[in-house]
Design a protein around this ligand. Structure first.
Ligand code: ARG
Ligand code: ZN
Length: 475
């Protein structure tokens, strides 16, 4: 992440002008500096996107968000959301103007540093012009008030993503683009932030977010819950899912567990959810310390969604999960949530690793070895999808969540394991999780680590299994 960000700043600096003002001390909170003449300062607009070719308009340039404070009220019966976002950010260039991602909804006011700011909307961009430019390194707050009926986005693969209304609430899962459907966001995993989310719903409903439950209070008409995710989180992993749930809240090994289940899914999910502490303890043994300070699950009755998401610290399911789906989403807490992708083309670092964890769980259970899972896939006839794309760059949005990222990604790890041996392989996984904890990783960093730790030349293996489309001639 560091490298990438430095590179972005550098590019901006060159593009900016030779007359950049000296950066303000980072971390100091100061009012926007007003330069009456403005002659010596060259401030430019932040880019509309973060530069990821898979989702060019997701994210924004010119600043980095450290914290989101979201205050949301939602009425399931009408689908109406009222939101107030207070965002803390740092300018990474002299910023004359900047964007946040926001899709649909009506913005009623924007303030920067407490001062009213001009704004316009174009497509998914909320374009904000502060009254004064923001110097590079300067910390600032953005305050956005908005409301409306959120509409999910339709991904290129046909899935809905974002705020998805259900028959009694909302399934809120935003990978990869949907954060902008319910809050103004820097919607790119490169920018991770802490979150405080407060959600007010009519009495009888519950809202469940990420991290710790800080408070819950009810009036005659409304229940308001405050959720806090302290460890940095990518915007797509934030949730505020709403329904009428059965709640169980307990501690496992000292860690708070909060599980919310739609009663219609209670019977089917009970035996699987009962295994959550055991699965988590096993994953800690294999991957190292769990990266967050709370856990749990949200089980909705929304089977039309068709997928689950590893919402940070508290995975979200569209129906009662089976055991391997729970294993998968919990594995993502290490691989995907704590260690985030730098670019979406690295998605196998999430999905390949989570799928491989399902294989390891089956091996641990004595169901079948990971090698057997690998062999089955290799031998399966007509699974051309599996071989259609290189794992390390599966292609545009349409392919991002297809079998090359998942199954073929897991096959890469099995190939690596047989090449380097169990001892080294599991040390590589643990080191990957700890070295990039609460940060980012790239495919090149992973292959570099594997090469370094195994003292082997793995070039051919990665060339064939990671970077080349088509079925390899040998398993
Ligand atoms: N990361 C999710 C998983 O655990 C899948 C999300 C799919 N999202 C989508 N828009 N297709 O597999
Ligand atoms: Zn996954």
């Amino acid at each position: 992440m560091r490298k990438l960000r430095d590179r972005l700043i550098l590019v901006v600096a060159f593009a900016g002008a030779a007359t950049l003002a000296a950066p303000a001390a980072a971390g100091a909170l100061q009012p926007a500096v007003h330069h009456p003449g403005g002659a010596s300062v060259h401030a430019t607009p932040g880019a509309a996107g973060a530069g990821d070719p898979y989702f060019p308009l997701s994210g924004n340039g010119g600043f980095d968000i450290s914290h989101y404070g979201l205050d949301i009220a939602y009425v399931p019966a009408t689908g109406k959301l009222t939101g107030h976002a207070v965002i803390s950010a740092t300018a990474t260039q002299n910023l004359s103007r900047f964007d946040l991602d926001l899709s649909g909804l009506t913005v009623t006011s924007v303030a920067v540093q407490g001062e009213r700011a001009k704004f316009t909307r174009t497509g998914q961009e909320l374009v904000i012009t502060p009254s004064d430019y923001l110097p590079r390194g300067h910390r600032f707050t953005v305050d956005v008030r908005y409301s409306g009926v959120p509409r999910y986005v339709q991904d290129p693969d046909g899935s809905a993503d974002g705020w998805i209304r259900t028959d009694n609430g909302a399934f809120v899962a935003s990978e990869p683009q949907g954060a902008m459907t319910w809050f103004p966001a820097n919607s790119q995993p490169i920018d991770k932030s802490s979150f405080d989310v407060t959600i007010a719903v009519p009495k009888g409903y519950q809202a469940v977010g990420n991290g710790q439950l800080i408070s819950q209070r009810s009036t005659a008409s409304t229940t308001t819950t405050h959720w806090q995710q302290r460890q940095p989180m990518a915007a797509y992993l934030a949730t505020a899912s709403i329904g009428k749930f059965q709640i169980s809240s307990y501690r496992a090994d000292g860690m708070p567990v909060y599980v919310a289940v739609d009663p219609r899914e209670a019977k089917a999910s009970a035996p699987v959810l009962a295994k959550l502490p055991e699965i988590l303890a096993w994953e800690e043994k294999v991957f190292g310390r769990y990266p967050f300070s709370s856990t749990g699950a949200i089980v909705m009755h929304a089977p039309f969604v068709g997928y689950a998401l590893e919402t940070q610290s508290r995975p979200l399911f569209d129906r009662a999960p089976d055991e391997s789906t729970l294993v998968h989403e919990l594995a993502h807490q290490w691989f995907g949530d704590s260690v985030s992708v730098t670019r979406w083309k690295d998605i196998w670092l999430n999905e390949g690793f989570a799928t491989y964890t399902e294989w390891l769980w089956a091996e641990h259970n004595g169901t079948q070895t990971a090698q057997q899972s690998f062999d089955q896939l290799y031998a399966s006839p007509g699974s051309s999808d599996l071989w259609s794309r290189p794992v390390a760059d599966p292609g545009s949005g349409e392919f991002i969540f297809s079998t090359p990222s998942y199954s073929r990604g897991a096959m890469v790890l099995q190939k690596l394991r047989t090449a380097v041996g169990d001892r080294t392989f599991f040390r590589i996984l643990k080191t990957w999780a700890s070295e990039h904890r609460n940060g980012h990783g790239t495919t090149a960093q992973f292959t570099g680590l594997a090469t370094e730790m195994s003292h082997q030349n793995l070039t051919a293996l990665f060339h064939t299994w990671l970077y080349t489309a088509g079925k390899p001639a040998h398993a």
